[in-house]
Design a protein around this ligand. Structure first.
Ligand SMILES: CC(C)(COP(=O)(O)OP(=O)(O)OC[C@H]1O[C@@H](n2cnc3c(N)ncnc32)[C@H](O)[C@@H]1OP(=O)(O)O)[C@@H](O)C(=O)NCCC(=O)NCCS
Length: 141
């Protein structure tokens, strides 16, 4: 499947980014709206994946702290490399910005996905939005 990834901002692509996250996190996973819209989006760098016809199919954001969050891919487009490519794009940007480390709070079902992208788990499992999570990090040096 042909797809492309762009780096963008909340100002530029808020409508697409909101629609993706509403569908996956709020609709599919039952994340409460007040947790999803946490106020960190305007200052974050965003990455948007689009299919060959420029329709949004996935996204993630990178915060100034080096935290990656809100990675999601539409169910219809999973297991085709979109999630991995979004992670790589964010990692390249983080490297370019001089960050030594990136980290995230992985839903436990996805820890092996992140491990295959070079992340390591640290610490125990905790609950957030009723979903079990684990902190993971990747050194960029
Ligand atoms: C997790 C998610 C982002 C993965 O995106 P994706 O586009 O399907 O992943 P990719 O196709 O890039 O997969 C890359 C590799 O990870 C594997 N993988 C994908 N999802 C996986 C999962 N949930 N668990 C374990 N491995 C997984 C793939 O098989 C692939 O392996 P390969 O390189 O050996 O072929 C996607 O399933 C998703 O959006 N889930 C719902 C939202 C969510 O849970 N987000 C994560 C929050 S922490």
């Amino acid at each position: 499947m042909a797809f492309s990834i762009i780096e963008t901002s909340w100002d530029q692509h808020q409508t697409d980014l909101r629609a993706l996250r509403e569908r996956v996190f709020i609709g599919e996973q039952g994340v409460p709206e007040e947790l999803e819209w946490d106020g960190a989006d305007p200052a974050a760098r965003h990455f948007l994946a689009r299919d060959g016809e420029q329709r949004p199919i996935g996204c993630l954001r990178l915060l100034g702290s080096g935290q990656i969050s809100r990675l999601c891919v539409l169910e219809t487009h999973r297991n085709t490399g979109v999630g991995r490519s979004l992670l790589i794009a964010a990692e390249e940007t983080a490297r370019g910005a001089g960050m030594n480390e990136i980290f995230l709070y992985a839903q436990t079902h996805a820890t092996s996905f992140y491990e295959s992208a070079g992340f390591s788990a640290s610490g125990g499992v905790f609950m957030d939005a009723h979903i079990p999570h684990r902190q993971m990090f990747k050194l960029l040096v």
